[in-house]
Design a protein around this ligand. Structure first.
Ligand code: SF4
Length: 314
């Protein structure tokens, strides 16, 4: 089956974002400073390789706080937690480090501020995603989730005078804009975010796929099935008419995908490490890929500070 792939074009940017870098570093530094085990509520980021790697180094991933012994060190995942989880973790006396991405925290802060001013919220997001649960859990009530345009017609806020839109950070930019437009059409006074909540990393990776897709015959996305932003990249390429598959590791690549599709685009979700991209490149070389080139794209320079207590000693 060798020789089916001719060349690979790497999306730019792709892979780790600043929030994922920071979240992983928080667990690594907690392990180095306090020793294993370090408890992490939910997968620190939605990537199988990252989670297994940290497990092998002494991280224990849990979903419920009663799985954490008294006095333990607990890290909240990059997706954020509800106020109830935050309060319960404090009540139990854990040593807590919050790896919530600062761009998710920004949404939480906005919700709290507008709630004080009497606002209710329409949240655009995916039901059951931990980020959505965390953001909706910033208030006891008053946040109404819509997943698509049809939901917008059904939603019943308690009042419509003071209504604001918030979104999950990792949505399809285009789908979210369409849903936000439907919200605006139904509730013309709705307050939209000053800067949209979809994060820079999600936006940049989707923009890169829009440029790359027409240049290739097939797009491979490296990402885990639970990763929202990775799924959106695969969907976007398909929507643009380019065959696309998402793989959690190089082993999942199937040679028949590339038959008659020699030019391969390669990207990775914001939680997928570069080592997996390299393994996919190696596998594609075994299938005949000769040339690997990077598309032109934005160079990301965003970096978020670590929490107090885990910064490097001066
Ligand atoms: S994808 Fe966006 S919101 Fe999520 S961790 Fe990365 S920068 Fe933060």
């Amino acid at each position: 089956m060798s020789g089916v792939v001719s060349d690979i074009v790497l999306a730019e940017p792709r892979g780790f974002c600043a929030g994922v870098d920071r979240a992983i570093e928080i667990v690594e530094r907690a392990l180095a400073k306090f020793g294993a085990p370090i408890y992490v509520r939910h997968e620190i980021v939605h990537n199988t390789y990252v989670v297994n790697d940290l497990k092998s180094r002494g991280a224990i991933f849990i979903e419920e706080l009663d799985e954490v012994p008294p006095g333990a060190t607990l890290v909240f995942s990059a997706h954020g937690v509800s106020q109830a989880v935050q309060r319960e973790a404090e009540r139990r006396g854990f040593r807590i480090f919050d790896a919530t991405c600062p761009l998710v925290t920004k949404v939480h802060v906005e919700v709290a501020k507008l709630h004080k001013e009497g606002f209710e919220f329409i949240m655009i997001g995916h039901k059951g995603h931990p980020e959505v649960e965390g953001t909706m859990g910033q208030l006891d009530n008053g946040i109404h989730l819509v997943e698509d345009v049809a939901d917008v017609a059904r939603v019943q806020p308690g009042q419509t005078e003071r209504l604001a839109v918030v979104t999950q950070t990792t949505l399809s930019v285009d789908d979210a804009a369409e849903i936000a437009a439907a919200v605006k059409a139904r509730f013309p006074n709705v307050r939209e975010p000053k800067q949209q909540d979809i994060c820079y990393a999600t936006q940049n990776r989707q923009d890169a796929v829009k440029v790359l897709s027409p240049q290739v015959d097939i797009l491979i996305v490296v990402g885990s099935p639970t990763s929202s932003n990775s799924n959106r990249l695969r969907e976007l390429a398909k929507k643009l008419g380019t065959e696309s598959y998402m793989v959690d590791s190089a082993d999942e690549l199937r040679p028949e995908w590339f038959e008659g599709r020699p030019r391969v685009g390669l990207t990775a979700g914001a939680s997928a490490p570069d080592v997996l991209v390299q393994q996919v490149i190696d596998r594609l070389r075994a299938l005949g890929a000769q040339a690997v080139r990077k598309m032109d794209g934005i160079q990301e320079t965003v970096k978020f500070p670590l929490p107090k207590g885990l910064k490097l000693e001066a």
